[in-house]
Design a protein around this ligand. Structure first.
Ligand code: ADP
Ligand code: MG
Length: 256
């Protein structure tokens, strides 16, 4: 479904990514780790279409990824911004209207009714069915990320991009979000790319774990070389079961 062929990304003299080669099949759940600043977010942005490769190719179904975000790709960031004056339901509907009609978008008539139903269904799926009329300042961090997931899923994407989405959440809440994201991955038949700074999270959630790192470095010129995918590890079922056992033991009693 997705393929990179000798993909490079530079900002001026700063080589961020170099020689990325990979193929990803539909339905995989890729987790990505690497030191801060090594280009993980940049890589996600190229998949989203807000950044383009400096050289090489990044293909979706054999064609270059369009140079703009599309409904087939949804993204969730660590810090989420919403319209503070709109309720949860209104925020999701606004996202739908923008996706459909651009920034001036507004839905009328049947389109509006359908959008409301779709938004409700998605919000129930992410566990916000009870919070449709709440305003963003009334939501916890975990609820905000649930809202972000609902918005990302609105265009019925095939690809879900997650950029450290749970990094700011408490461990108990994060465990609940893990179960949610696995459920959404299965039910929506998504191909997921998720950046995390938590290796355990990466092993637990992914079917495949990538490590981004520099293969070569010049101390005199730190920007001269970029990061590549230095490890590409299948995550076995055994690893996951083992982790699950550990995670259950770590989970505070009475939480989740
Ligand atoms: N729009 C941009 N213009 C110039 N440099 C950028 C831009 N975006 C990211 N960078 C640089 O690219 C490098 C990788 O950034 P990023 O992808 O955010 O890393 P990570 O997500 O792995 O922490 C950093 O050196 C950063 O300064
Ligand atoms: Mg980043």
């Amino acid at each position: 479904m997705i393929e990179a062929r000798n993909l490079w990304k530079r900002y001026g003299d700063n080589v961020v990514l170099e020689r990325i080669n990979m193929t990803v099949a539909e339905g995989e759940f890729i987790t990505m780790v690497g030191t801060s600043g090594c280009g993980k977010s940049t890589f996600l942005k190229m998949l989203l279409g807000t950044e383009s490769p400096s050289s090489g190719e990044l293909l979706l179904d054999g064609k270059p990824i369009p140079a703009e975000p599309g409904p087939d790709r949804g993204i969730v960031f660590q810090q989420y911004s919403v319209f503070p004056h709109m309720t949860v339901l209104q925020n999701v509907m606004a996202a739908k209207a923008f996706a459909r009609n651009g920034i001036s978008g507004y839905l009328f008539g049947n389109a509006r009714i359908r959008a409301r139903e779709e938004a409700r269904t998605l919000l129930e799926q992410v566990g916000l069915g009870h919070a449709l009329e709440r305003y963003p300042h009334e939501l916890s961090g975990g609820m905000k990320q649930r809202l972000a997931l609902a918005q990302a899923l609105l265009g019925r994407p095939r690809i879900l991009l997650l950029d450290e989405p749970f990094g700011a959440l408490d461990p108990g809440i994060r465990a609940d979000m893990h179960e949610l994201v696995l459920e959404l991955w299965r039910e929506h038949q998504l191909t997921v790319f998720m950046v995390t700074h938590d290796l355990k999270e990466g092993f637990y959630l992914g079917t495949r774990l990538w490590v981004f790192d520099k293969l070569r470095a010049d101390p005199q010129a730190p920007n001269a070389y970029g990061a590549s995918i230095t490890y590409d590890l299948p995550v076995g079922k055994l690893d996951r079961a083992t982790y699950e056992e550990i995670d259950d033991n770590l989970r505070p009693v009475g939480n989740g």
